[in-house]
Design a protein around this ligand. Structure first.
Ligand SMILES: [Zn+2]
Length: 376
């Protein structure tokens, strides 16, 4: 009976602490979704905003399914880099499937069917289509999101160079999403004297040799590069680009070899879900460093009162175990990082310091910390 009761209590406790709303975390995540030959990049900011850059070549159902799996219900910002099918192909389906708050696309007129479908879908959803061009910044909390390209207009047949290029920073970490921008656009960006440096670059045009010039790499100074590429007849990624990345000592990830690539950052550290396909010689920490901390809102509570335990330092929602070492026995509670855990201390002995040992594991590593209180 006693066992049953304590089981019930711990079940109740679990139920009361395990509900994690889609609230702010301290991490920004960038998913380079594997869509074969094409681009689809999903970004979740620490503030909880959703950004989608392109949606691959297919009907969009693969990206819709991926986003649903990530529990996306609305998308704050949709970016269509340029009117090519391998980028815009799936966007109309995304527009139909999710509430989209804003759409950014370059102001290029083009007559392909995918572009028409996209514009029709934007119109049908009643979303305002904003221009993505150098100098435009997206109003989002907690991050800086600026378009650094295209710098100018190009001819209507030069669609790749029209690509919207987004530079996104969170804390000290920066990402550059280049669409299919080629050397002409890259040179225009360099000449424009904007800040372009980035820790992570999404390689332009799937590794075509007409993108990712040595001069551009020298300007961006990336430590990591992601190639969004699949089976194709163009020879992407080209050995030219792979060699340039190699001589710049960049760590390279490839969606064709590794599937979806996910980068996470807390603004200071950067981690990926997998090791680079081509390791660079630039220092490549593969996991962010975390430090678990625990605090109590009252360290000298009265008997029979409730105190709140707060555990931080790992991504929100990570489960932890807290062992309260009372004078007579130990009591174990379960909680979620970032969410207050109320604990009734009962008739805890006055003047006896109760140590609280907190432990959690995240991505195969264990973390420990301690706090304490003394009932008065
Ligand atoms: Zn492309």
């Amino acid at each position: 009976m006693k066992i049953l009761k304590s089981l019930l209590i711990s079940l109740l406790l679990l139920a009361s602490v395990s509900i994690t709303p889609a609230a702010a975390t301290n991490e920004l995540k960038v998913h380079f979704i594997n869509v074969g030959q094409g681009d689809a990049i999903y970004i979740k900011t620490a503030n909880g905003d959703d950004i989608l850059i392109d949606a691959g070549n297919r009907d969009g159902n693969d990206v819709v399914a991926y986003l649903k799996k990530q529990k996306v219900n609305d998308i704050e910002v949709m970016i269509a880099t340029h009117p090519d099918a391998d980028h815009m192909g799936g966007l109309d389906e995304i527009l139909k499937s999710f509430k989209i708050k804003s759409v950014y696309a370059p102001k290029v007129s083009h007559t392909t069917q995918v572009y028409k479908d996209f514009l029709t879908a934007v119109k049908n959803e009643g979303v305002k289509n904003k221009t993505a061009t150098k100098g435009v910044s997206i109003p989002l909390k907690g991050v800086t999101a600026n378009f650094v390209g295209s710098v100018r207009s190009y001819s209507n047949s030069d669609l790749n160079n029209w690509s919207a290029v987004l530079r996104l920073t969170y804390g000290k970490k920066a990402f550059l999403f280049t669409g299919d921008a080629e050397t002409t656009s890259e040179n225009d960006m360099i000449k424009s004297k904007q800040v372009l440096t980035a820790d992570v670059i999404k390689i332009g045009h799937h590794g075509a040799k007409t993108s990712t010039s040595s001069a551009f790499l020298k300007t961006i100074k990336p430590k990591y590069a992601v190639l969004s590429v699949g089976k194709n007849s163009y020879g992407h990624p080209t050995s030219d680009v792979l060699n340039r990345l190699k001589s710049s000592k960049v760590n390279v990830f490839r969606t064709d070899k590794q599937g979806t690539i996910i980068a996470s950052t807390n603004g200071t550290n950067l981690a990926f879900n997998t090791k680079p396909a081509i390791p660079g010689t630039v220092t490549a920490p593969t996991s962010a460093t975390y430090k678990l901390t625990a605090s109590l809102d009252n360290r000298t509570p009265k008997q029979y009162s409730t105190i709140n335990l707060t555990v931080k330092g790992l991504p929100s929602g990570t489960k932890y175990k807290a062992v309260f070492r009372y004078k007579s026995k130990n009591t174990t509670y379960s909680g979620s990082v970032g969410k207050k855990l109320p604990v009734k201390i009962g008739r805890a002995a006055k003047g006896f310091t109760v140590k609280v040992d907190v432990s959690a594991s995240y991505k195969g590593k264990s973390y420990k910390t301690q706090t304490a209180f003394t009932p008065k």
